[in-house]
Design a binder for this molecule. Structure first.
Ligand code: M6R
Length: 612
């Protein structure tokens, strides 16, 4: 969603801000803008649409002087995407400029209050209220900007990451956060703010993560941070440990393809720190065997693809652990009076670690007494920091909006968590456990074998890309996998697609199947092979074209009935979705490519969803 970058230093700010915004494009946006301090004047430039419109307006920053500035990519919530609603917003007298991520919930009442005081608003945004309120208090407090900032923070309700500059202080930038990510970057003779590290890693790897309630004052040579009571605090410094190349395309046409190709390596990186002598270890985990034994219920809570990982794990965990596993959409969790207490373990899954609904669910579960274990990709993210335990997926930065390698690493890490629990609870025989751990380590090589046949998948995509509606069908693990295959296809190719448990077809859905309907029949789960075959026969006899996904072991049986076939290597049941998802991601990619879609930045979508 919205992205923030801010710079104060000895170089010209505008080109650095535009470069940062370009690196934040992946988050999803519909307009962009920058504001620089040119002596004691603030100069704003903003434009609807792609960043190149903004770059064109200011000749790539050349026409904007000044060594202090803030930039923003906006994903519209309040007010349509247009030039005026874009950030940065200026206060009425043009002296204060602000960028904001998040939502100000009480903006309507504050706006009414300020309008009564004669303040004129130019945009439809909730964010403008903050900058107008700032000017109001700045004047009332005789130019004491920090006092005005604290007063504003005490008045506004909602979520925010803020970057503020003031014409009267052309060497200083102010940042504040509550429930929206913001980090501080320590450069050589310069300082930064950013909504994520991608924006500034070209300039510095040394960062601090702001916490809720904190306010920072940045100059070229210093960053001072204060708590909610304006008391100075020392921040821990972290070093970003990935290379800038990880956030670049590296010769691929799209980030999505690059990230798909990285899956085997990302999975190796996720597995290897935790496997030793045929066993899985999670050192540093506070969750003990005793705590686990006392757990009566397990929840998995997440959104989107991360939720689909949970759907797969419901099958694998329940079968192996024999404890009830409830998988909940984070956006529903806090509104459904979940049955959670101190005997509940809640596993939160999130790539970004910043998804607002997931964060809210975490807090709800915590307040009800649950223990929280999170599976997160972004180190130091809010979800990681607020959990009792966190395990990281080492996928590296994921830039394409459609998740691929993050889903793959989440799934494998969840498998490992399941196996670790099974071992602690002695839920499965030792030999079965050892065989599973052994097989786990073969998954990256098997994925490489699937990548070797990507031309076959491209061929199928070129055959079927013109369909306007696609159904994914399967049972058990195949059903859970179909949910992700279907989401991948619809989000990047804009083809309407649904995923059904095959057994449900006869209860209504089959009425939609007609001559030429494309059905992706997932039949990896061997115990239900016969049923899969009979469902394929059913839809084919009604005219469907069936593209089937199966294993080496079942290819003969399935090929007799399908129009097209994608085959993955054999593996143990638990790991079938880890192999099966790769061809589905490739299929979605190639279909979107054929249709000329904007694969990395699909319309209306954002990489990390930081609003409700
Ligand atoms: O960062 P998170 O894992 O919390 O994000 C959850 C969803 O927004 C995300 O998985 C989304 O569904 C993906 N874009 C799907 O490709």
């Amino acid at each position: 969603m919205c992205g923030i970058v801010g710079y104060v230093g000895k170089e010209k700010a505008a080109p650095i801000l535009l470069d940062g915004l370009a690196r934040l494009e992946y988050r999803g946006y519909d307009s962009a803008g920058v504001c620089v301090a040119d002596g004691s004047e603030l100069r704003v430039c903003k434009a609807k649409g792609r960043l190149q419109n903004l770059c064109g307006l200011c000749s790539d920053g050349e026409t904007l002087p000044g060594k202090l500035g803030i930039g923003h990519t906006r994903w519209a919530t309040h007010g349509e995407p247009n030039d005026i609603n874009s950030h940065p917003h200026l206060s009425q007298n043009g002296k204060i400029a602000l960028v904001h991520n998040g939502i100000i919930e009480n903006y309507a009442e504050l706006k009414a209050y300020l309008m009564k005081k004669g303040i004129h608003f130019v945009s439809d945004t909730d964010s403008e209220v903050v900058v107008q309120l700032l000017e109001y208090y700045y004047k009332r407090f005789d130019g004491d900007l920090m006092r005005a900032v604290y007063r504003v923070l005490a008045t506004i309700e909602g979520a925010y990451a803020l970057g503020i500059i003031c014409a009267d202080r052309p060497d200083e930038m102010i940042a504040a956060r509550k429930d929206a990510p913001l980090l501080l970057g320590y450069g050589d003779g310069c300082s930064f703010i950013a909504s994520d590290a991608t924006a500034i890693i070209k300039y510095t790897r040394e960062v601090s993560y702001m916490e809720d309630g904190e306010v920072a004052v940045l100059t070229a040579d210093s960053i001072r941070v204060f708590d909610a009571h304006h008391e100075p605090i020392e921040k821990e410094h972290h070093t970003i440990d990935w290379e800038i190349s990880a956030a670049e395309k590296g010769g691929y046409a799209h980030f999505m393809m690059k990230e798909i190709m990285e899956e085997p390596e990302a999975i190796r990186r996720t597995i290897s720190p935790h496997v030793r002598d045929g066993k899985i270890f999670f050192e540093g985990l506070c969750l003990t065997q005793e705590m686990l034994r006392e757990m009566s219920r397990l929840y998995i809570v997440a959104c989107g693809s991360s939720y689909h990982v949970g759907m797969v794990c419901k099958y694998t965990f329940e079968k192996m652990l024999r404890i009830p596993v409830e998988v909940q959409l984070a956006s529903e969790f806090r509104y459904c009076r979940p049955i959670v207490d101190d005997k509940t373990l809640v596993i939160i899954i999130s790539q970004s670690g910043e998804t607002l609904d997931t964060m809210a669910a975490l807090r709800e579960a915590k307040s009800l007494g649950a223990r929280i274990l999170s599976v997160v990709n972004v180190v130091g993210s809010s979800i990681a920091r607020e959990s009792d335990d966190v395990l990281y997926t080492w996928a590296g930065p994921e830039i394409a909006v459609a998740t691929t390698k993050a889903y793959a690493t989440q799934l494998i890490l969840m498998d490992m968590i399941g196996l670790y629990f099974a071992d602690l609870l002695q839920a499965i025989p030792k030999e079965a456990y050892s065989a599973l751990v052994e097989e786990l380590q073969t998954i990256p090589d098997k994925l490489e074998r699937i990548l070797d046949q990507k031309e076959t998948i491209q061929y199928h995509a070129s055959k079927y890309f013109n369909h306007s509606s696609v159904f994914f069908i399967g049972r058990n693990l195949d059903y859970a996998l179909g949910l992700e295959g279907s989401l991948k296809l619809k989000e990047i190719s804009y083809i309407h697609s649904e995923s059904y448990a095959s057994g449900e077809l006869k209860h209504g859905t089959i009425s939609l199947v007609e001559e030429g309907t494309l059905v992706l029949a997932l039949s990896l789960y061997s115990p239900l092979l016969e049923k899969a075959v009979s469902n394929i026969v059913e839809v084919r006899s009604r005219g469907a074209n069936v593209l089937a996904l199966t294993t080496e072991r079942d290819r003969k049986e399935i090929s007799k009935n399908a129009d097209g076939l994608i085959v993955v290597p054999d593996t143990m049941e638990m790991f079938l979705p880890s192999l099966g998802v790769l061809p589905l991601q490739l299929f979605a990619y190639y279909v979107a490519l054929e249709r000329g879609c904007d694969i990395d930045k699909p319309r209306n979508l954002a990489k990390s969803v930081t609003v409700e």
